[in-house]
Design a binder for this molecule. Structure first.
Ligand SMILES: [Zn+2]
Length: 455
């Protein structure tokens, strides 16, 4: 029997324990918002991780306070001298249930239905915690130990976006330093299709204000020559797209092609709730437009509402514009380009002000290197399917922090959160085969990555 097959057997033998663990973990209501659940729930979850990862072979597993008041759990298992270090990431806080009545099975009770396991956090991210644990247990059982140094970091407030761990990481770089980082908080493109998420879009937001008159004026008596800031704003915003819907910001390339997995139009239309007969925007494929190109969106406008509007030329108008950006440009560069694009197009000498609101850099994960290659072969053997790469339209600020803090580390995003999991929604679930295959992939990866340094 090859080592893949024997390790596969060991992982399979650990799945009933994995299920019991996930049931315990899902029963802990670890929403990191004290208005929703008492703080003892998150403390209980942190304690649970400390106990389980200690049993699994890590030492010095402790919960550390981060600046937002949440606690991250970290620990380490030193590997053989000269072996590489792998940091395993996950988070133990969860989204609130949202509409409890919309849940078919109890929110906080892991329940099997049609082969899937339901419950809040079953996938995001407690399923990933259990996958990490199962991988470590499998190696301990199969090989009697770990082939390299393993570090754990489990975040306690990921779903709140309060940035506790993002602040903790640079201040504790020594504690978390690693050659490869597995961020287990995404998922496969579909069940059984091993997928690394290799690109996350960045984002920048600006507010534009236009002013022309010292007060609104009657549109019958003054409309025509009176400079209209609402019309000016419409012209300005229209310049952000061409007639096909491609984003057109001066100095920002919008022609890139996505090299990874395809995102079929039909699937996207369904996911995005696009109405029948309405076309998608842009000239490229869905994957090009979503993961490889910039995308401008008007988030809000200050102009009179239709209801209650009067026959007047407005004195001023405002809009908030967001620009999502693919890897290849920094958020600051894109923001400069957007501000300059808008500034140059303000018509009729209107007075204007452009405020910079937010900026987050895009992230690109490892696309080659020894860890990436070890992961590819591990994923393909575990899932018996070629590995795909996909992007994600949103951003995960922690990934940028990890990349900045550990510039030489290979960072890979993966996990059990495939689209059917309905993370962040009622009736969240996980496919247990994803936990099993991911745990096997992770165990194989650790073995092969550790061996890749040997000559
Ligand atoms: Zn998550």
């Amino acid at each position: 029997m090859s080592s893949v097959d024997s390790l596969r057997g060991v992982v399979a033998s650990l799945m009933s324990q994995a299920r019991a663990d996930l049931a315990e973990l899902v029963a802990i209501r670890s929403v990191a918002n004290h208005d929703v659940e008492p703080p003892e729930e998150c403390a209980k979850a942190a304690r649970w991780l400390i106990d389980r990862f200690t049993e699994a072979g890590l030492s010095e597993v402790t919960a550390a306070l981060t600046p937002d008041g949440s606690r991250c759990v970290h620990g380490v298992a030193p590997g053989p001298p000269g072996s590489p270090t792998v940091l395993l990431y996950c988070h133990y806080d969860v989204q609130p249930p949202l509409d409890e009545n919309a849940w078919v099975t109890p929110v906080w009770e892991l329940t099997e239905r049609d082969g899937r396991w339901y419950g809040r956090g079953a996938a995001d991210c407690k399923g990933n915690i259990v996958a990490h644990l199962t991988a470590l247990r499998a190696l301990a059982k199969h090989d009697g130990g770990f082939p390299c140094t393993i570090k754990l970091i489990a975040e306690g407030s990921e779903e709140q976006g309060t940035g506790g761990l993002e602040a903790f990481v640079p201040e504790h770089a020594e504690l978390l330093a690693a050659d490869a980082i597995l961020v287990a908080d995404t998922g496969n493109f579909a069940v059984g299709v091993p997928t690394l998420t290799t690109a996350l879009r960045g984002m920048t937001t600006v507010d534009v204000r236009l002013a022309a008159l010292s007060s609104p004026m009657h549109s019958g008596m003054f409309g025509g020559p009176a400079p209209d800031p609402v019309v000016g704003m419409v012209q300005l915003l229209a310049s952000l797209h061409d007639e096909h819907g491609n984003t057109t910001v001066d100095g920002i390339d919008a022609t890139e092609v996505w090299q990874g997995v395809d995102y079929p139009d039909d699937a996207f239309r369904a996911d995005a709730n696009v109405l029948d007969g309405v076309e998608l925007m842009g000239d490229g494929t869905v994957a090009d437009l979503l993961w490889a190109r910039p995308s401008a969106t008007v988030l809000g406008m200050d102009i009179p509402s239709v209801t209650g509007s009067a026959a007047a030329v407005q004195a001023m108008a405002a809009a908030r514009v967001s620009l999502r950006l693919p890897p290849g440009t920094t958020a600051r560069q894109a923001q400069d380009a957007l501000v300059e694009h808008l500034r140059r197009r303000v018509p009729w000498g209107l007075r204007y002000r452009i405020d910079r609101v937010a900026a987050g850099d895009p992230f690109i994960g490892s696309l080659d290197g020894p860890a990436f290659e070890a992961m590819r072969s591990a994923m393909e053997d575990a899932f018996k399917h070629p590995m795909a790469t996909e992007g994600q339209g949103g951003s995960i600020p922690l990934c940028t922090v990890l990349a900045d803090t550990f510039p030489t580390a290979e960072i890979m995003l993966l996990g059990v959160e495939e689209p059917r999991c309905l993370i962040h929604a009622p009736n969240e679930s996980v496919d247990p085969s994803e936990i099993e295959h991911l745990a096997l992939a992770e165990a194989l990866f650790l073995t092969r990555y550790a061996a890749s340094g040997d000559t």
